[in-house]
Ligand binder design. Sequence first.
Ligand SMILES: Cc1cc2nc3c(=O)[nH]c(=O)nc-3n(C[C@H](O)[C@H](O)[C@H](O)COP(=O)(O)OP(=O)(O)OC[C@H]3O[C@@H](n4cnc5c(N)ncnc54)[C@H](O)[C@@H]3O)c2cc1C
Length: 394
Amino acid sequence: MHEITVIGGGFAGLTAAITAAESGARVSLYEAHHTLGGRARTGEGPYRTNDGPHALYNRGPHWTWLKQRGLLGPLAPLSPLEGARFRFRRDGALRRTPPLGMLRLARRPAGSAPVDSDFLTWATTVAGERAARAAAHYMGVALFHHDPGSLSAAFVQERLRRATALPPEAHYPRGGWGQVVERMAARAWDLGVRVETTSRVDALPEGHGPVIVATTLDAARRLLGDDSLRWTSGRTTLVDLALRTRRGDAFVVSDLDAPGWLERFTAQDPSLAPAGEQLVQGQLPVGPDGSKADGSAHAEALLDLGFPGWRERTVWRREALANGRTGAVDLPGTTWRDRPAIDRGDGVYLAGDQVAAPGLLSEVSFNSALEAASLALRGSSHTAARNRLDVKRA
Ligand SMILES: Cc1cc2nc3c(=O)[nH]c(=O)nc-3n(C[C@H](O)[C@H](O)[C@H](O)COP(=O)(O)OP(=O)(O)OC[C@H]3O[C@@H](n4cnc5c(N)ncnc54)[C@H](O)[C@@H]3O)c2cc1C
């Protein structure tokens, strides 16, 4: 029987553990935190905030995989009435529609955008500067970067198409991503995966078998002592707010003047906050020298526009700065293939959202986890065959 070790119990680690166990491997998973889920955790208490992911994109590979295993669970539907409260900040004012040129740009195939050019330069030549800037700022929603226009045109265009698809690709697991994590953990348990929480791994054991390192790339760099494990990511202020309900609040405020996004998640899932309250979560990208307070001030400007009287209605508020925790972004001249490789040699494999795998956000974690599990299973077969040979020779 194959023996595989997984370090990290987030979305990537759980995916890898389930995949390996489904193939008959004996899997041990070690998680530093006292609960599983990593960034896909949902807060406990009256406000069910997601630390990281909110949206599950239904054209992503993880959607089908979760569905086939009955792990998708119920989704929170968005009523047309709430959906109609989607707003854009444009030229300082709140509007119902983005510039038409931005929508036309979004329909262009991802393959038409070059890898080597930055998005703003390319998009300006095909749609004009106004539409190009609006589209770049809109993409703050999925890139968490202060200057999406400076990233590879091919990278941004692929995500722009998906983030503006109709019908929308984004769906929301009812009760938050934590519910998906719980179902995945139960599946791992059923398959016999040995899970140890509150169990930080500081070094790989001597003579280890196949190991999947499914931590953040920063943690993998420290664990493996490999300074090459680096890739660009975003930096963004996260603002969580509970407001007393007022009819007519916006559902989304997407800033087209600068990257920034507020979303009232109770619009689709009222179970995320107590009755009579609304949960608003925002992310406001800041540059390398920007502070959490800069993002916070940006959030307040958007709240003033979309949530009248929000200051008097606030019953709870929390802020954080997410630095390098929002997945990989590709600079001009690079694609996902240039990111740190999954196979590190010597039976060590990387999984996570900043490694060499395609997809949007958590899909990178998912795709890399499947690949890492399949390489680890193969690696484990080779080790077993070698051991059998050694026994015969002896
Ligand atoms: C604000 C924000 C919004 C996002 N929105 C979306 C979204 O809407 N849709 C989407 O698809 N994705 C979204 N993402 C991305 C998504 O959260 C991540 O891609 C995904 O959760 C990463 O999962 P992971 O398992 O690769 O990493 P993590 O979730 O970081 O898991 C790594 C795990 O490893 C553990 N660990 C670390 N070091 C050790 C060690 N030495 N020993 C043992 N355990 C260790 C950690 O405790 C952690 O549990 C968002 C992210 C952020 C931050």
